[in-house]
Design a protein around this ligand. Structure first.
Ligand SMILES: Cc1cn([C@H]2C[C@H](O)[C@@H](COP(=O)(O)OP(=O)(O)OP(=O)(O)O)O2)c(=O)[nH]c1=O
Length: 191
């Protein structure tokens, strides 16, 4: 039987994959996350999702057959890629950019199995209400922004910043449920 591995350190991705009902194990991969010159945000997230899954598949070569899921999420605002905030200043800059306007959240998920590799990309447009300096400071103090792309987690208190969303809530949180299940089914993997 093919063993399913989630190549991710993200507790959100673990929680979301758990909702699909597949038994799986977790093996995070440390991949360098730096966009190449001229690489579009869409190409970048898809490459990282693929690299995470392929690194994990390589690490499990020779064992029993494995199917590996890798994923990556970035926030894109006015053409700029926003990843995890490096510090408070960086976080404030990000929130000021996101305040009162919309941005895109790009999440790619890759399935690598038996040498085959397929990636799905989900783009979600998210509209934030205007944020005051106090909103921004108070949200930092929750400790939530640090490990999240764009400096926020839609599934937590920052959900109150979101006026409207077009796309997939689960993709913003880190793993699109519909597309992930489709990838698995396309490759004959069922719970
Ligand atoms: C925008 C947004 C991101 N996030 C999280 C999901 C991801 O964990 C993180 C994006 O960073 P990633 O680099 O995609 O993932 P990661 O480093 O956490 O985990 P791994 O590479 O091992 O898979 O931001 C939320 O939880 N909620 C949100 O609303």
């Amino acid at each position: 039987m093919t063993q399913l591995i989630l190549a991710s350190a993200s507790p959100r991705r673990q929680e979301l994959l758990g909702l699909l009902g597949y038994p799986f194990t977790v093996q995070p991969m440390d991949i360098e996350e730096i966009p190449r010159p001229e690489e579009t945000p869409a190409d970048y997230v898809q490459r990282l999702a693929r690299e995470k899954a392929q690194a994990c598949a390589n690490a499990n070569k020779g064992d029993q057959p494995v199917a590996v899921l890798g994923s990556d999420t970035v926030v894109v605002c006015e053409g700029e890629i926003l990843e995890k905030p490096l510090d408070f200043e960086h976080y404030v800059q990000m929130m000021q950019k996101l305040s009162g306007t919309y941005h895109e959240v790009l999440t790619a998920v890759n399935l690598t199995v038996n040498g085959a590799s397929e990636t799905a990309l989900v783009t979600t447009r998210v509209w934030f209400r205007t944020l005051s300096d106090e909103d921004i400071l108070r949200y930092w103090q929750t400790g939530e922004p640090k490990d999240k792309a764009g400096g926020y987690g839609i599934q937590g208190p920052a959900g109150a910043f979101v006026r409207h969303l077009e796309g997939s809530f689960f993709a913003v949180m880190g793993l699109p449920l519909f597309e992930t299940e489709q990838l698995l089914r396309n490759h004959g993997i069922y719970p």
